[in-house]
Design a protein around this ligand. Structure first.
Ligand code: URP
Ligand code: ZN
Ligand code: ZN
Length: 470
């Protein structure tokens, strides 16, 4: 039997339009939108709805798409502290209805084994829909062939690391081969662009000189070594004839490399993350080892870099804001690196805070409302082959809908967040705007600020090829 929900009276905001409209949801999909006072909208009341949601005074948004998360990722001698269950629940609380997580190829094992392991972690656990990228740590004949099969199956993007020698690192030859393969099979190569070989020298020099505090993590991972790797990745992609997506861009010099490539018309794309927009190297320098809370790679940069990131988001030199959600508790995990910053597990929590932090940028006039939805919902969905099923509100789209109160005030805090981590990177920050209700494929997950979702509602969502040229 078909179920019908009508969302009434809100301002529907997508990446392209803002309009007061009622939204008809049928069987988990958007069936129609109609001007709130139109005869079409009135007729939906006559045919009867199972549920009516009053969105008067609220925004009606497509659910957020966070295309960069690491649930339960093994890293730095421990595991990211959010499971698929806790991490996707927290995502829903923050208005994100799809995550694309990174399955990991462990050293000496196949891509298939890594992907199977990630399916086993996520299956039956997620509150919202999810998909996978694949981290390729061993580029060889076998894994290159596996890439073709994965693309056919809906794992259409592959992350290669220019950083972390001895862990995930691939040299230029391997990266080139993966890019050539992607040029043939339609996959999208994502690079972690930092010169890991040079960074390791600087790290060893810092430690040998007794510079062991968290702030030295940021200094060793020099901005020019991000820019250099970004430049190199772009040239390798050109040689291969492949598009390129650079993850977690933080340095203004790296943004300049992307902008220059795009000015030449190259299919080169980039994301940044809230931590680079709202936090800085000042946080890494917090006393009493508190700076460890902010250790991630690429690192937080001096505050001056932020203006270039905001500008690039406005000019579309950066297209996406993801979180790179990779939480480690301060107690018991981050403190593995007391006395040696290189042992601090790299990563920050944030999956719950992204939509609100970016809305705060709207409130402060840094972004327009539609641009907010573009970079947080539509562009990531398009980039990773999920659009228009995800990332917009159009007839036929999944009814992943957020009812957002743009006037509610909240203070971000570990005391109230739902992520399984003992600190919040934005502790005490006051923001305007808050998620009120979240539907995932038409089913309430958060209803009037109460969690009503369940583990296992979220479905694995195979992806199409990147629609970056669409
Ligand atoms: O510090 C980070 N970013 N941790 C997660 C792994 C990665 O490189 O994305
Ligand atoms: Zn990375
Ligand atoms: Zn990451």
């Amino acid at each position: 039997m078909s179920t019908r929900t009508v969302i009434r009276g809100g301002l529907v905001v997508t990446a392209t339009d803002e309009t007061y409209a009622d939204v008809l949801v049928e069987d988990g999909r958007i069936a129609a939108l109609a001007a709130s006072d139109s005869s079409a909208a009135r007729s939906w009341h006559d045919i009867g709805a199972d549920h009516v949601i009053d969105a008067t005074g609220r925004y009606v948004l497509p659910g957020g798409v966070d295309c960069h998360t690491h649930m339960e990722m093994p890293f730095g001698g421990t595991f990211a502290s959010d499971t698929f269950e806790t991490g996707t629940r927290a995502a829903a609380w923050g208005g994100t209805t799809t995550v694309v997580d990174f399955a990991v190829q462990s050293a000496g094992r196949s891509l298939r084994a890594g992907l199977d392991a990630w399916h086993a972690k996520a299956d039956g656990k997620c509150a919202i829909d999810y998909a996978f990228h694949m981290i390729v740590s061993d580029v060889d004949e076998h894994s290159l062939k596996e890439m073709d099969v994965l693309v056919e199956e809906g794992v259409t993007s592959f992350k290669l690391f220019m950083a972390y020698p001895g862990v995930f690192y691939s040299d230029d030859g391997r990266i080139l081969r993966a890019m050539q393969r992607a040029a043939g099979n339609g996959g999208l190569i994502m690079t972690h662009a930092e010169n890991g070989i040079a960074i390791d020298v600087l790290v060893q020099q810092a430690l040998a000189a007794g510079r062991t505090d968290p702030r030295h993590h940021g200094e060793a991972r020099h901005a020019l070594l991000e820019a250099e790797a970004t430049h190199r990745a772009i040239q390798l992609a050109r040689v291969a004839g492949a598009p390129l997506y650079v993850v977690h861009v933080s340095a203004q010099e790296a943004v300049a490399e992307l902008a220059a490539a795009r000015d030449r018309g190259l299919p080169v794309f980039g994301e940044t993350c809230p931590q680079y927009l709202f936090l800085s190297a000042d946080n890494l320098a917090e006393p009493d080892f508190e700076g460890a809370k902010y250790v991630c790679s690429t690192p937080l940069r001096p505050r001056e870099h932020q203006a270039a990131l905001w500008r690039a988001l406005r000019t579309n030199d950066l297209q996406v804001v993801s979180t790179d959600h990779c939480p480690f508790c301060f107690t018991g995990q981050k403190d593995l690196g007391r006395g040696d910053f290189s042992r601090i597990p790299n990563g920050l929590p944030g999956v719950e805070n992204r939509m609100d932090l970016l809305h705060q940028a709207v409130v402060e006039g840094r972004l327009g409302r539609r641009r907010w939805i573009e970079i947080a919902c539509a562009a990531p969905a398009r980039m990773f082959g999920l659009y228009p099923r995800k990332g917009t509100l159009a007839p036929g789209s999944d009814a992943d809908v957020v009812i957002y109160d743009p006037h509610a005030e909240q203070v971000l805090s570990a005391r109230t967040h739902h992520m399984n981590v003992d600190y919040n990177a934005y502790e005490g920050r006051r923001v305007t705007g808050r998620v009120q209700t979240v539907l995932s494929r038409g089913v309430p997950v958060v209803l009037d600020r109460a969690y009503v979702g369940r583990a296992g509602h979220g479905q694995y969502t195979p992806r199409g090829l990147s629609g970056h040229l669409a």
